[in-house]
Design a binder for this molecule. Structure first.
Ligand code: SF4
Length: 262
């Protein structure tokens, strides 16, 4: 996809959802950081279910340290990998209290040095909490970027760097959320909803799901041996035959004999 097409791609996602938001619930940079650490390999809904009651009681790193690992586990035990996550959240909270005055630093290097915080989490915090135009590549962003041809890459980092290059500045702030939401609700992993996709004509995915009466059906069926035009023609004949628009040879002969008798 070239830059002009990428601009059109994001203009349409923006038109469909002008103010995209994170579906993770949080109150400030610290609770966002905790929610993102807890969300690894878990759904936002599952994390919100745990953090709702947790953030009523604990809102600062100092309060988290006071709650302790066992206390935190009681809140997050329904989330996958909760043992490791509890350990990381307590450890990172201790570091924030000890070295950063209980504040989440607006600094990628420091963020990535915290326990349980990788590049993706740092990108989310920098983007959502501090408004920086970073690009966190999760499973949805990775899939959409590859399928559409927007920023194909073999690793999340390769996709991230290509996205940062191709996304026009005016869309950089929200691009991350548009891609996540597009991947979560339209460009779904198993069966993308191509017939209702606003960027369908810009998308390079060769196995788009066809809609009713869609010209893509024969296109998808076309092979090297049978070009697209032929495949379209074959579909038209098949439809006509099924509606009996083309009478069989036997029926035609019977009709002509009846006419002669009359
Ligand atoms: S056309 Fe289909 S594959 Fe392409 S972005 Fe839309 S939903 Fe995804």
């Amino acid at each position: 996809m070239n830059r002009a097409q990428a601009a059109e791609f994001f203009a349409r996602l923006e038109a469909a959802n002008p103010e995209p938001k994170s579906e993770l619930e949080y109150l400030d940079p610290y609770t966002l950081l905790v929610a993102v650490v807890l969300s690894a390999q878990a759904t936002d809904v599952g994390v919100n279910r745990a953090t709702g009651p947790l953030f009523k009681k604990v809102r600062t790193p100092a309060q988290m340290v006071a709650l302790g690992e066992a206390g935190l586990k009681a809140f997050i035990k329904a989330i996958g990998l909760f043992n490791t996550k509890a350990k990381n959240v307590i450890a990172l909270s201790e570091i924030l209290v000890r070295d950063h005055g209980g504040q989440v630093p607006r600094d990628r290097e420091i963020l990535e040095s915290l326990p349980g915080v990788g590049r993706k989490t740092a990108n989310v915090v920098l983007n959502v909490a501090f408004g920086e135009p970073t690009m966190a590549v999760d499973t949805h962003v990775f899939r959409v970027s590859n399928r559409t041809g927007l920023a194909p890459g073999k690793t999340p980092l390769e996709v991230e760097l290509k996205l940062l290059k191709i996304i026009p500045a005016q869309f950089a702030q929200h691009a991350h959320h548009w891609l996540i939401l597009h991947g979560r609700y339209t460009c779904i992993a198993r069966k993308p909803n191509c017939p209702h996709c606003v960027v369908r004509d810009l998308c390079a995915y060769k196995d788009k799901t066809p809609g009713p009466g869609d010209v893509l059906a024969p296109v998808a069926q076309a092979t090297k041996k049978e070009p697209i035009a032929q495949a379209i023609g074959r579909k038209a004949v098949a439809q006509a035959t099924s509606r009996s628009a083309i009478p069989s040879k036997k029926t035609a002969q019977k009709k002509s004999a009846a006419k002669t008798r009359r």
